[in-house]
Design a protein around this ligand. Sequence first.
Ligand SMILES: *[C@@H]1O[C@H](CO)[C@@H](O)[C@H](O)[C@H]1NC(C)=O
Ligand SMILES: *[C@@H]1O[C@H](CO)[C@@H](O)[C@H](O)[C@H]1NC(C)=O
Length: 348
Amino acid sequence: MGLCSPVCKILRRGKYFVLLFLSLSLLAWIATFSGETVKSAQVSPSTTQTLVKGDSLRDKLTSWTTAPDRLNTPPAKGECPEKSPLLQGAVKLSFESSLKLKDVQSDNKGVTEGEYEPPDCRARQSVAILIPHRSRERHLLYLLHHLHPFLQRQQLHYAIYVIQQAGDATFNRAKLLNIGYLEALKDYSWECFIFHDVDLVPENDHNSYVCDKQPKHLVVGRNATGYKLRYKGYFGGVTAMSKEQFLQVNGFSNIYWGWGGEDDDLRIRVELQKMKIVRPPADVARYTMVFHKRDSGNEINKDRMRLLGRTSQVWRKDGLNSCSYKTLSVERLPLYVNITVDIGKPQS
Ligand SMILES: *[C@@H]1O[C@H](CO)[C@@H](O)[C@H](O)[C@H]1NC(C)=O
Ligand SMILES: *[C@@H]1O[C@H](CO)[C@@H](O)[C@H](O)[C@H]1NC(C)=O
């Protein structure tokens, strides 16, 4: 101990100084490093934000590449609610003889070329309404008058197509509906099709014009039959089938000329595919049938029972895949698209 000189003491203390110096520099270095990390995170706050906000990869990519425009585009519309808040239930229908087409137009300013989309939400289904027609202008006017507001209250994206049979050969409702399906799909990939008689006006907007997992028959009752189903298995008047369901049954038969049978034929096609017809509750699926005499050119089809006996053998080759016609004109009017077609005449 006594051997240790003052020099020795200084050296020992110096060791502590060196240690102190080294620890201080280490601390300083750590401080600088973390400071830089914080700074670099602050440089790109937008990247961090988009990563959090974007909910799909495509959203992220578009927001990265088009970030500046994003401020100006309106936010994407949310899906419409399952039950529209605009529904009114049973409404009083009017059939005023003074009603004019231009009145219906000014009541439906949101409709262009027969098409409408809800302004503040994204519709749950896109639906094409197909109405076969010949010389029933008054009925069509009443139907448009009620149907446009009805569909808007249901918050649907929809378009109305009138398929007009040219000439005066016997009427063929089913073939006109096949044509409506094929032609409407050229405009838009509609998910759902409503096959709609011109003289039936829905009375209650809880009767949803959308497609279900099964084909749907919308007319349980009409004022003309005391609001009772005409017969078990009745599938006429107004029906709803999805794009796929209708394709699966090869559409309607094309060979029913005159009144009756084609709707039973469609039911047989549906049943052959093991699908099941569904109906809304009877108190909702109510229609008013506008009065008319049996049209000339649409006499009862006396051959219908014979044809119905063959459906299971012929449905594969008689239907959408064999529907031949000539389109004479397509007029895009304010309230509907008028597709006028030459569909030939019955083979004797
Ligand atoms: C059903 O109602 C319509 C419209 O009010 C009317 O023209 C028709 O005659 C009624 N039919 C029956 C059978 O009551
Ligand atoms: C559809 O267009 C045809 C041809 O222009 C025309 O004769 C017919 O009256 C139109 N039908 C309707 C319902 O607009």
